[in-house]
Design a binder for this molecule. Structure first.
Ligand SMILES: [Zn+2]
Length: 336
C-alpha cells in the first residue's frame, strides 16, 4: 500500500455525521502542503483544489469522499445509568449489539439490548449503551443529551492482504483522495477538487452544497459498496479482490455513460483491475451531486466491503490501491 499507516490512522478517528471535526483537522494537516487552494464551507466540507495546466478552459473534476461515519446520539439517560440512543446513519441493531463504542471525550461503552436481540427487529430504540455508570446522576458526569459515539476497535490485518476496521466506510475514500492528491504533480490538464464531505450517512447532505460551490463538469463519489461474494442478505456481483468498482447504477443514481466509458478506458490502458458495480440497495454522494446545480454528470469509484456499517468491515488492500490508481488516471483524462 502507498501509506497503510495513514489508512489505519483515518479509521481510528471519530467523526459521526455533523461532528467530523477530528477527521477534518487531521486531513487538513496532511493535505495542506499539496493544495493550491483549500477551504472549509459552512457545513464543514473540506475542499482542496489542485489546479491543472489548462487555466480557465480546464475541466473541473470533483471527487468526494465522506468523512462522517455512522454512530449513535444519546436521547435519554435512564435512572440506572444506561444511555438510550438514536441512529446517526444506518445501524443494524444485530451488528451493533455488544459492540464497543467511544464518545468524543474518550468515554467508552458497550451496546446492550433490552431483551432478545432477535426481538429487537432491527429497532435501535431497543438498544442502550452501558458506559459503566451506576446511576443517571453518575452517567451525567460523563455524557449529556446530544452527545455522539461511534464504533471503537483497532485496525487489523487478515490473510490475503485483506484488512478489517471500523469506519472503512468511508475512510477508505478519504485515504484514496489523500493519496491521489499527494501524487498530483500539477501537470494534469484538469482542475481537480478533492472534497472531504460531511453527513453522507445522514442522507448525502454535504455533497450537494459542495457541488453548488464548485460547479464541476463531472462529480465522482469515492466510497465503499457492499460485497455480494459471501452468504449475506444481499444479492449481486460485487467481489472483494474483484478490482476497483466502477459504479453503473444504484437506487439513487445512474452514472453518466460517458463517465463510465472514460473510467473503463483508464483502467484498461493502465492495467487497473476493475469491476462493474450495480446494487439495488444503498447509495452514495453521487446522487446529490447529480441533481445539484443544473444537473451534474456523475459517476462512482467504490471499494467492495464485507460487513459494512458495523465495527468490523473487511476490504482488500489491492482494491483500495486500484482505486487510487483509477482516481489518478481519471484525473489526467483528456476530455473533449
Ligand atoms: Zn459511504
Amino acid at each position: 500500500m502507498r501509506d497503510e499507516k495513514a489508512l489505519e490512522t483515518l479509521t481510528q478517528l471519530l467523526g459521526v455525521g455533523g461532528f467530523e471535526k477530528e477527521v477534518r483537522q487531521w486531513i487538513e494537516k496532511e493535505a495542506a502542503p499539496y493544495a493550491d487552494e483549500m477551504a472549509t464551507d459552512a457545513m464543514g466540507n473540506l475542499i482542496v483544489l489542485k489546479k491543472g495546466t489548462k487555466g480557465p478552459s480546464a475541466k473541473k473534476l470533483m471527487f468526494i469522499a465522506h468523512m462522517d461515519e455512522i454512530g449513535f446520539m444519546v436521547k435519554k439517560i435512564e435512572e440506572d445509568g444506561r444511555l438510550r440512543v438514536c441512529n446517526m446513519g444506518w445501524n443494524w441493531a444485530g451488528s451493533a449489539y455488544n459492540s464497543r463504542v467511544r464518545f468524543r471525550n474518550g468515554i467508552h461503552g458497550v451496546v446492550g439490548c433490552v431483551g432478545w436481540i432477535e426481538d429487537a427487529k432491527n429497532d435501535v430504540g431497543k438498544l442502550f449503551i452501558d458506559i459503566g455508570a451506576i446511576s443517571k446522576k453518575d452517567a451525567e458526569k460523563y455524557v449529556k443529551l446530544g452527545d455522539v459515539c461511534g464504533y471503537w476497535g483497532p485496525y487489523i490485518e487478515l490473510t490475503n492482504d485483506r484488512i478489517c476496521a471500523k469506519t472503512l466506510d468511508d475512510r477508505i475514500g478519504c485515504y484514496q483522495l489523500l493519496m491521489a492528491l499527494k501524487e498530483n504533480d500539477g501537470t494534469y490538464p484538469n482542475d481537480i477538487y478533492y472534497v472531504f464531505g460531511v453527513q453522507e450517512e445522514l442522507g448525502c447532505r454535504g455533497s450537494g452544497p459542495a457541488a453548488e460551490r464548485i460547479r464541476p463538469d463531472i462529480g465522482i463519489a469515492v466510497d465503499v459498496t457492499p460485497a455480494h461474494d459471501y452468504p449475506c442478505d444481499l444479492e449481486g456481483s460485487n467481489c472483494v479482490d474483484g478490482g476497483i468498482g466502477i459504479k453503473i447504477c444504484d437506487p439513487s443514481v445512474v452514472s453518466d455513460e460517458g463517465v463510465v466509458e472514460a473510467m473503463i478506458e483508464c483502467c484498461e490502458k493502465n492495467a487497473i483491475p476493475y469491476q462493474r458495480e450495480v446494487i439495488d440497495k444503498g447509495g452514495t454522494d453521487s446522487s446529490s451531486m447529480n441533481v445539484s446545480c443544473m444537473g451534474v454528470k456523475t459517476g462512482g469509484i467504490v471499494v467492495v466491503t464485507r460487513y459494512p456499517h458495523c465495527q468490523s468491515a473487511v476490504a482488500s488492500k489491492k482494491d483500495i490501491e486500484a482505486g487510487v490508481d483509477l482516481i489518478t488516471a481519471f484525473s489526467k483524462y483528456q476530455f473533449e
